[in-house]
Design a protein around this ligand. Structure first.
Ligand code: FAD
Length: 665
């Protein structure tokens, strides 16, 4: 099969506008004859459902939670990007496009990214109109902060709860349509297969998670908005329920999967405490605006701190290594996530880690307390304030900005981050890979679309902070509602899609057979036993550091584990009731298949990209190869934007790589 991305011709900046002007439309009176299934109610699925229903389509929306507003998007903390240039600091559509392509290690599809940057400003207007309470400055204007990998402040935020507030906006828009009957909402329903009729996606098989009933649902198009699959690693910052099932089912029915091994390892997460943990917690990247990342300069201090014989606050400035500021002075602590994660891992691997497992670095706010406190003392005309007073004033400012994050940290670690620096370590956070889509966001199955984190998206090998919410809402509010019409224009006379057909029979049977097997197997191991084992293989062999031998082992081990799962898994309870173990079993079975594809993709990719290192490149020959790669990246940069390539120049200089202008092939 040849992949056709359907990128419109013409200059990058005109593509989307020209395309929209010429695309097929479905007239308002005909939209009511067309049904669309949306799987997912996060920011992508929620915004798409609301908009498609507002346009007049009949929408059926599914989620496995008890309410659309419990989708994982609710967890997003830090913010959402948009090229509004409210700060007047040089932002523009082009700069957001450029940052995103550069941040993604030049592996994103540029036409999609440009469109994303173009519609980003509309998202903020849309959400403000819905009443989303974005942070505002003293004068009442929308406030911004900065995220990694950029030199401007373009991140809109609602304290540390941006996802929740945006989701409430999308949910209210959905609710209006639910009340009008334009959205039929199926809470606590899990899509377990895609139904294809005559080569087109025409429906799904879903399980009612409360009663266990298997249901058939038909439509003229199916939209997958089921989120990311970071939980393939078992431990991640994702919600416990986040899974790959819907995306995997469409893949198994013929939709291509792109870049499965591109996973984002977020630098600022609460470190793992031991082997009996089922969840990792993110500390928002926004904290890197004010926190400084460091480890002890001397191994001896690191050891004493690990043994709790010394406190971090006892180390003088000279005894600390602010390694990001040292290596990348222009971006400092706000380098992109992949760069920050790799640097933290490198320091910990070299023995400078600061917690018991040796896998933690500090995120320290002491300098910010002092900086903000001094400013506040001036504002309040305090003459000769004491150091304690300054710190107190500074802490108030930090509390107002990030109070809930500090509170969360203290609850989990039981240490006061106002007194002792936070400890952080990289953790699995987001999956750039996903279902392959063309410019219309259609998969390789006609009529089956993928939006939000579920698709392989615009983020290349590394997503910049605050860009996932932007992409999900761009897809749902502003892109899919146009592009889906182009396909559905052929369906205005098709009529209802029947569900009593052999295609539905067959899909339903395979779903039922699998459930019967899982519930009746009564093996010896729990579902979590397999999930944990898979996660360990994934982290050890397909994590940040990868090598050929390890990846080959991973492929073997995952395949063996999968065989064992289908022999020995045990699922308690029945399939005629709410049974979370059964739902989890199905999801883990799909992770066990995805994991293998993931490792195969990583093996094929003879490159270091995003947060992933191929260790072979650490040998002299490998290093030469790696250098070539950096030069390749640099060549692109230096050709297009000679003056703006500060970050990569710093990386290149640090790694002692000669920077030359070269032609880009
Ligand atoms: C802790 C954390 C903080 C983050 N902070 C930020 C941030 O500040 N800024 C930013 O831009 N990004 C952030 N991200 C990333 C961002 O939150 C996600 O990428 C984004 O919310 C994904 O949205 P989505 O709509 O694609 O999927 P989700 O929000 O994951 O929604 C998936 C939906 O699909 C449904 N679903 C899944 N499978 C099925 C199935 N088989 N059947 C039926 N329904 C199904 C679920 O019920 C759910 O409704 C953060 C991520 C994490 C983990």
């Amino acid at each position: 099969m040849t992949l056709d991305s359907k990128i419109p011709k013409g200059p990058l900046k005109d593509k989307w506008t020209d395309y929209k002007n010429k695309i097929n439309l479905v007239n308002p009176a005909n939209k009511r004859h067309i049904d669309i299934i949306v799987v997912g109610t996060g920011l992508a699925g929620g915004s798409a459902s609301a908009t498609l229903a507002e346009l007049g389509y009949n929408v059926k929306t599914f989620c496995y939670q008890d309410s659309p507003r419990r989708a994982h998007s609710i967890a997003a903390q830090g913010g959402i990007n948009a090229a509004k240039n409210y700060q007047g600091d040089g932002d523009s559509t082009y700069r957001l496009f450029y940052d995103t392509v550069k941040g993604g290690d030049y592996r994103s599809r540029e036409a999609n990214v440009y469109r994303l940057a173009e519609v980003s400003a509309n998202i903020i207007d849309q959400c403000v109109a819905q009443g989303v309470p974005f942070a505002r400055d003293y004068g009442g204007l929308l406030d911004n902060r900065s995220f990694g990998g950029v030199l401007v402040s373009r991140t809109f935020y609602a304290k540390g709860q941006t996802g929740q507030q945006l989701l409430l906006g999308a949910y209210s828009a959905m609710n209006r349509q639910i009340a009008r009957g334009k959205i039929e909402m199926f809470n606590r329903h899990e899509m377990l297969d895609l139904v294809i009729v005559n080569g087109k996606a025409r429906g799904i098989i879903a399980r009612n998670l409360v009663t266990g009933e298997i249901e058939r649902h038909s439509a003229h198009a199916v939209v997958i908005a089921s989120g990311g699959y970071g939980n393939v690693y078992f431990l991640s910052t994702n919600a416990m329920g986040s899974n790959v099932t819907a995306a995997w089912k469409v893949h198994k029915k013929g939709a291509f999967f792109a870049n499965p091994c591109f996973t984002q390892i977020h630098p600022t997460c609460i470190p793992r405490s031991g082997d009996y943990q089922s969840k990792l917690t993110l500390m928002s990247e926004s904290l890197r605006n004010d926190g400084r990342i460091w480890v002890p300069k001397n191994l001896v201090d690191a050891k004493l701190i690990r043994e709790r014989k010394k406190k971090p606050t006892e180390l003088s400035e000279d005894e600390r290594d602010y390694f990001l500021e040292r290596r990348y002075p222009a971006f400092g602590n706000l380098v992109p996530r992949d760069v920050a994660s790799r640097a933290a891992k490198e320091r910990c691997d070299a023995g400078f880690g600061v917690n018991a497992t040796g896998e933690a670095v500090y995120l320290d706010f002491a300098a910010s307390f002092e900086r903000y406190g001094t400013e506040q003392a001036k504002i309040h005309n305090l003459v000769n304030p004491s150091k304690e007073k300054i710190i107190e004033l500074g802490q108030e400012i930090v509390r107002a900005k990030y109070g809930n994050l500090f509170q969360m940290y203290e609850k989990i670690i039981d240490e006061n981050p106002y007194e002792t620096p936070m400890m952080i370590y990289p953790a699995v956070h987001y999956t750039m890979g996903g279902v392959w889509v063309d410019y219309n966001l259609m998969t390789t199955i006609p009529g089956c679309y993928a939006i939000g984190e579920a698709n392989f998206s615009e983020h290349g090998a590394n997503r910049l902070g605050a860009s996932a919410l932007m992409q999900g809402l761009a897809d749902g509010y502003f892109v899919l509602p146009y592009t889906i019409g182009d396909y559905l224009a052929d369906d205005i006379r098709t009529g209802k899609i029947p569900t009593n057909t052999p295609e539905f029979d067959e899909a339903e049977k395979s779903v039922k057979d699998r459930i019967d097997f899982l519930i009746n197997n009564k093996g010896t191991h729990s579902v979590d036993y397999y999930h944990k084992k898979l996660g360990k293989i994934m982290w050890d062999k397909c994590g940040m550091s990868r090598n050929e031998a390890g990846l080959k082992e991973a492929i073997e081990e995952i395949s063996e584990l999968r065989k064992d799962f289908w022999k020995n898994v045990s699922v308690p309870g029945s399939d005629k009731q709410f049974n979370e173990e059964l739902a989890k079993a199905g999801r883990v079975a799909d992770f066990l298949e995805l994991g293998e594809l993931f490792a195969k993709d990583a093996l094929e990719r003879e490159e270091s990209a995003g947060g992933h290192f191929r260790e072979e490149y650490q040998t002299p020959e490998g290093e030469a190869q790696r250098r070539k790669e950096f030069q390749y990246v640099a060549a692109w940069e230096y050709k297009g934007e000679p003056k703006d390539a500060v970050l990569h120049k710093e990386i290149l200089e640090y790694e002692n790589i000669e920077v030359k202008e070269r032609s880009y092939k």
